[in-house]
Design a protein around this ligand. Sequence first.
Ligand code: 9D3
Length: 262
Amino acid sequence: MRFDILTIFPPLLESPLQEGIIRRAIQDGKIEIAVHNIRDFAVDRHAMTDDRPFGGGEGMVMKPEPIAAALQHVREQAPGGRVVLLSPQGRPYTQQVALELAAVEHLVLICGRYEGVDERIRDHYVDEEISIGDYILTGGELAALVLVDSITRLLPGVLGCAESAAQDTFSRCLLKNPQYTRPRVFAGHEVPAVLVNGDHEAIAEWRFVAAVQATMTRRPDLLAGVSFSEKEMAALRKKGMLAAIGEIIGHPVAAVSGKAGG
Ligand code: 9D3
């Protein structure tokens, strides 16, 4: 998958894209990321990328020509590509949207700044507009990083185990179970015994139950649409959790045949 990112602050994007799973995905050729400085495509001799709004009003607006020229440059390098404008007015970004975008071969991400971009860019160059949440950022750069990060980890072969993203508890609306690493006893605090006794069946059940527990306490709203296999239901019932979830969602938990247990 190819990402082209248009920004007036390329350094904001550099180091986050040079570490960890993203770095490895680039090295392995799973993704390609090109960051383009919109200022390089400015049309006047002062390389201005913003200007005052017609009709007056607060702040500055990003000029259309540099963005259009940067998009033109990207198209010359790689035609096609879905053009996404990161903006507070956009469609809310969710795991569902990440899955949708992970199926696209080429994404072009435009990072807005100031009060926004000239409406004609939105009207004639942008395929969709995305917001990463209801809070105010100083620009679209961090949002672009959120998209690159969440999409990249969904691509085949990017995570260590190819299946690990598909089996993610999050893709079925559960939070992750708590994680532990060595040492087994840290400052007198022990790792749950089940995780170190080598019973893989028991470990799988513990992880599942712990994920549901975390979700019940921290994000009970996520349980609204959840369903469990018979095996999972049995594990929850044993802990008295099935009834508790029923209380939270307002109706008995539904069993689903398709989901593998554990
Ligand atoms: C204080 C300025 N606001 C007037 C009510 C409008 C505004 C313009 C530009 C607010 C934020 C921004 C910059 N933000 C983004 O470009 C952005 C963003 C965000 O702020 N929140 C969540 N997702 C995104 S994606 C891009």
